[in-house]
Design a protein around this ligand. Structure first.
Ligand SMILES: [Zn+2]
Length: 258
């Protein structure tokens, strides 16, 4: 099996967005305001976690021209905070995408939580150490716990490998956090996973260049110079996004877990 790791650019260092760009955080491009996800529990407009174009072989949305939007309730006082019910996925056709950035509606306190923004500039291709035969064990907690440690947790929990598209879901220390009654495998399989901390190559940007509010810090454990951005608050965890391409249109379900 293959998987793909995105190469990120800090949006604050790019020219103003003038087209659809696959990205994490920020505001969506051309998203119909009427389709904005609202939390069914607290009533707050959700925050965007990602806007991703169908792009083979990395992001296979099943239908060319599709664009995936991930939203979650960022209200930490919400009773559903952290539940799969506070995570939504909206797949649109590119004809439904208009032009310009869409503002997130304000909540009842007149506030909004907009995640920090990184753009996907390219992808790296990797061979998954998990084989196709081992893949089903990644969808059942008991089977997963019986796997050898180096297979169950490839790359030894290194967060740099927790944001990737395709392959097996790399679960955190909580094991398999997928509810098989809601998201059965098959037909659902991993589309991608996103850790709240993403890695960018290069020196930490000069402070004056970026908004001070961006949560970034130097990272030294790679051989290359890199820095990190905590682009969202996913409980210091990872979002796991699954797709059923046998449905028309394809179904996407996701949740995040520490
Ligand atoms: Zn909520």
């Amino acid at each position: 099996m293959r998987f793909y790791r995105p190469k990120f650019q800090l949006a604050a260092l790019q020219p103003p967005q003038d087209r659809l760009v696959s990205k994490l955080g920020g505001r969506p491009w051309g998203f119909p305001q009427s389709r904005w996800s609202i939390c069914s529990d607290c009533g707050d407009p959700m925050s965007m976690v990602a806007q991703l174009e169908h792009a083979l072989p990395m992001i296979d949305l099943g239908v060319p021209g599709s664009v995936l939007h991930l939203f979650y309730c960022a209200n930490m006082l919400c009773m559903s905070y952290g539940d799969p019910t506070s995570c939504e996925a909206v797949v649109l056709r590119c004809e439904e995408i208009s032009s310009g950035l869409t503002e997130q509606p304000l909540n009842k306190d007149g506030e909004q939580v907009v995640n920090d923004e990184v753009w996907i500039a390219g992808w790296g291709t990797h061979d998954d150490p998990v084989t196709l035969q081992q893949l089903p064990s990644f969808y059942h907690d008991q089977a997963h716990r019986k796997l050898p440690e180096e297979i169950a947790h490839p790359y030894d929990f290194d967060l740099g490998w927790y944001t990737k598209a395709g392959g097996a879901p790399y679960w955190t220390g909580h094991g398999v956090t997928l509810d098989p009654s809601h998201t059965p495998f098959p037909p659902f399989e991993l589309l991608l996973q996103i850790h709240e901390t993403v890695y960018l190559e290069g020196e930490v940007p000069v402070e004056e260049l970026v908004d001070n509010s961006i949560n970034l810090f130097e990272h030294t454990s790679f051989d290359r110079v890199a820095y990190c951005v905590n682009f969202a608050n996913l409980g210091t965890g990872t979002g796991f996004i699954f797709i059923d391409r046998s449905s028309t249109p394809p179904l996407v379900r996701w949740h995040w877990s520490p």
